[in-house]
Design a binder for this molecule. Structure first.
Ligand code: GRF
Length: 204
């Protein structure tokens, strides 16, 4: 499965995916990493791993529509079959999404539909929930609102800080994202309306 990874920042999920590909747990290849931030550490990490990293500057386009179209062209050019959002901080519109139906996924640091948007970990902590976690979902034009593929729970501890909770959630993100990509590579993930069915693997 050929991946196009979109990342705006740190790139720890990108790195986790690269590791899982290297150690043979994930049958995929990253064809390109694209960022909307020129100085994104994710771009640097990609290049260090010999992966093409491209900065697509939002300021070079009059509006989101033009940006989305250019982004779609790039993904096509690099033959991305699955678009993996890994900390990509822009909302993708229909102009992009209709080109890759059921082929764009995102990871979010909370148990959706609770606490979408930015700072999902802090929102959960402030609300006082006892369990949070992470969610991998298909992307639709809303904010963190597409069909949920998989979730992993993380207990909120007494006196937890945003930083500690975020760190424990991130560790789970790193496992879950590659797992879901592997399921997709195996053709096991089916969207049935709002619900997503993950079919059993051959070795199950
Ligand atoms: C992660 O917490 C992810 O859930 C969210 O953005 C963050 C990206 O982190 N969508 P990284 O750039 O992969 O380290």
């Amino acid at each position: 499965l050929k991946l196009a990874v979109l990342a705006s920042g740190r790139g720890s999920n990108l790195l986790a995916i690269i590791e899982q590909i290297k150690n043979g747990n994930l049958q995929a290849q990253i064809n390109v990493v694209i960022s909307d931030h020129e100085d994104a550490p994710a771009l640097k990490k990609a290049e260090e791993e010999g992966i093409t990293g491209i900065f697509l500057d939002p300021k070079s386009f009059p509006q989101r529509k033009e940006y989305d179209l250019a982004l779609g062209k790039l993904v096509r050019q690099y033959q991305g079959e699955l678009v993996v959002l890994a900390g990509f901080m822009r909302i993708l519109g229909e102009d992009f999404l209709t080109k890759f139906p059921q082929r764009v996924i995102n990871i979010h640091p909370a148990l959706l539909p609770s606490f979408p948007g930015t700072h999902g970990q802090k929102q959960a902590l402030d609300y006082g929930v006892k369990i949070s976690g992470c969610t991998v979902h298909f992307v639709d034009p809303g904010v963190d609102s597409g069909p949920i593929i998989a979730q992993c729970s993380v207990p909120v501890e007494e006196d937890d800080t945003e930083e500690n909770l975020a760190r424990r959630i991130l560790a789970k993100e790193h496992e879950l994202y590659s797992q879901v990509i592997q399921w997709i590579a195996e053709g096991r993930v089916e969207i049935l309306g709002r619900r997503v069915k993950v079919h059993q693997g051959q070795d199950a």
